[in-house]
Design a protein around this ligand. Structure first.
Ligand code: ADP
Length: 628
């Protein structure tokens, strides 16, 4: 690397300055000089590229050391290139070097020191590359070695001797680096190039040492010396390219490993979060369900005693509470089925107020309902009732004793607006954004589940409306504002439009659950229906003649065999007329199959557990509709 052709370079430089171009063109030393310039230029390019890589990889010690190595190399080669211009006239030949003139001596001192630094940084970078610290001897020998190589030109007057001195150090650094670097690894082609280049470096210095020591006795070796700068050029090119490829590939491999680790961590966090959410949900559900279940169990025992009728009433109420909890959870999960119908808003408000005031204490807040008038809305009655009930219950809990809660309804251009305001403490602005998050509650453990408003939000959204909180009247308390647009009226609804008067008929119940069939039969017979049962869709198909004889069919979705969905699809193809008598039911709207079926099913789909009055109204209407 710019060391062999120096005497020739001097001659070439002298020739340029003395204006003897013909001589220069013929001189092999001019080619060597060009090689030196190209080497210096290339070294600076590698410095620039490695510095750029270093900026994006600030933590990589290997990249830092390789950058320093190339910086030292570029410095050494540049000094040698400039040395030619500075001292060629004063040091026209090799013998004059012995005079020790300052420009030449200083240049060689810089060159020797920087080349030593190049070898050492290369070796240390290789250690860093495989994740080791350099051995102690290297650390200890570092600066004395650099100092020795820098000072050598002051005491060793001949360039050949200097180069012969440098050769073992460079060969040592190159071989040690080859031994340190991984042989075959994921780092791949880049590392292979680096290893090849380092072996080339050792070999080139070996050849160089031989050439400088014996070129006077073997003239041919002079040509080897001259062309050595091209060997160095090739070595440097390979080394720089290999280093950059290896560093980039290693960075890429590290990034992919980090990416994998991050993805793994994210999966763990997601799972933990889901488990935490599930835990909160389970404890909320357990708390909500355990209370009514305790009452149900207690009264069920009492049913054996004397006060059977009163106990049965309480059992029914508590079971209804359980059903409401399950429906709430389904609503939160977006699995609630809307039943759209035209409603009288006065009736809706009356029902809510009746439900709230049942069992309220004398100290309870006062409920004031502003006049509603004959307003009507096409919407999801059960959903709206649930939303408004929840807002009123929250308002009652927040209100001071005998505080006032105002429920107001007004028509909007596309539907209706409801407001529920109270005189409680209100909700601080910083909490408002979190109010509709599931499980957000400020109530004491066991008092609130934090599900009410998130369920209200889910229901309102499903109905195309909005829900928001603002300050209560006069800036006191809280005011929840709900807007709901009119929905498209579905063909089959269960709103408060009066059902046509119907007479009981013949009912076919298809369900694999004996308990469900028994209770449906009991309820149906109490209402005057006659009942046929089938335990599966296949069994019902076997009774095919029955389809024509019954007025309506109540069919479960999930059963062994083709199930209710399979039966629906088969009848739709083979006998769509018979399908018109069907009402489907399921306890499992949450499953993807049931959810998908509910979207394409043209028949009524009822959720378990039933409200039997509503169920038989629907069955009667279905039978009547068919009979019309
Ligand atoms: P829960 O009532 O089980 O806590 P909600 O989702 O219904 O769950 O309510 C979430 C929180 O919103 C309540 O804990 C309460 O802090 C706040 N909040 C709801 N309504 C009101 C209200 N009218 N006044 C003050 N705070 C309210």
């Amino acid at each position: 690397m710019g060391r062999g052709p120096i005497p020739g370079v001097r001659r070439a430089g002298a020739a340029v300055c003395c204006g003897a171009p013909v001589f220069l063109l013929k001189s092999i030393d001019l080619i060597a000089l060009l090689g030196l310039f190209v080497q210096a230029f290339l070294a600076w390019i590698f410095v620039a590229v490695l510095m750029r890589v270093r900026r994006s990889e600030p933590a990589s010690k290997a990249v830092a050391d390789y950058s320093r190595a190339f910086l030292a190399l570029a410095g050494a080669l540049t000094i040698m290139s400039f040395r030619f211009f500075i001292s060629h006239d004063r040091v026209p030949n090799n013998d004059a070097w012995a005079d020790g003139r300052w420009a030449a001596v200083l240049s060689y001192m810089g060159y020797g020191g920087l080349k030593t630094l190049f070898g050492l940084f290369l070796l240390r970078g290789s250690h860093q590359f495989v994740g080791h610290e350099s051995p102690r001897w290297l650390v200890r020998a570092w600066w004395p070695l650099v100092l020795a190589m820098t000072c050598a030109p002051m005491v060793i007057p001949h360039i050949e001797d200097l180069l012969a001195l440098q050769a073992p150090m460079m060969i040592g650094c190159a071989i040690a680096s080859v031994r340190v670097l991984p042989r075959d690894s994921a780092i791949g082609s880049g590392m292979l190039l680096v290893r090849l280049a380092l072996m080339g470096l050792a070999l080139s210095w070996g050849i160089h040492a031989v050439a400088v020591l014996w070129h006077t006795s073997i003239p041919l070796l002079r040509y080897v010396l001259a062309f050595n700068s091209f060997i160095d050029l090739a070595v440097q090119l390979t080394l720089g390219t290999g280093l950059i490829i290896s560093v980039l590939l290693a960075t890429h491999a590290r990034m992919r490993a980090a990416e994998r680790e991050r993805a793994q961590l994210q999966r763990t966090i997601d799972r933990d979060e889901k488990l935490r959410a599930l835990g909160t949900l389970v404890s909320g559900v357990a708390h909500e369900l355990n209370n009514p279940l305790t009452v149900i169990l207690g009264y069920a025992e009492l049913l054996d005693g004397q006060d059977g009728a009163a106990a049965a009433k309480v059992v029914g109420e508590q079971a209804e509470r359980c059903r409401a909890i399950v429906r709430n959870l389904s609503a939160l999960a977006g699995q609630r089925r809307r039943s759209v119908a035209e409603l009288s808003l006065q009736d809706l408000v009356d029902r809510i107020v009746r439900g709230i005031q049942r069992g309220s204490s004398p100290d309870a807040p006062v409920m004031r309902v502003l006049p509603v008038g004959p307003l009507r809305l096409i919407s999801d009655r059960i959903g709206l009732e649930q939303v408004l009930t929840n807002l009123v219950v929250n308002a009652m809990q927040a209100s001071p004793p005998r505080g006032e809660i105002v429920l107001a309804v007004r028509a909007t251009p596309d539907g209706a607006e409801f407001t529920v305001s109270d005189q409680g403490p209100g909700v601080p602005p910083e909490l408002r954004a979190r109010l509709f998050e599931p499980f957000f509650t400020t109530k004491d453990p066991g008092k609130g589940t934090g599900l009410g408003l998130s369920i209200a939000h889910a229901i309102v959204r499903a109905n195309g409306g909005t829900i928001a909180i603002e300050d209560g009247p006069g800036g006191r308390g809280a005011c929840f504002r709900v807007t709901v647009p009119n929905s498209e009226l579905a063909a089959i609804g269960d709103g408060d439009t009066p059902a046509p008067r119907s007479r009981p008929g013949r009912l076919l119940v298809i369900d694999d659950d004996d308990g469900v069939r028994d209770v449906v039969r009991g309820q149906a017979e109490r209402r005057g229906w006659s009942v046929t049962e089938a335990r599966s869709a296949e069994e019902a198909l076997g009774l095919a003649v029955q389809f024509g004889q019954v007025d309506t069919v109540l069919c479960d979705l999930r059963m062994p065999g083709i199930g209710g969905i399979g039966l629906h699809d088969r009848l739709q193809q083979q006998d769509p007329e018979v399908l018109q008598r069907f009402v489907f039911f399921t306890g499992d709207l949450a499953s993807p199959e049931s959810a998908a079926f509910s979207r394409r099913c043209t028949r009524p789909l009822v959720e378990k557990p039933f409200d039997f009055d509503e169920l038989f109204t629907l069955l009667a209407r279905n039978a009547v509709a068919r009979a019309v």
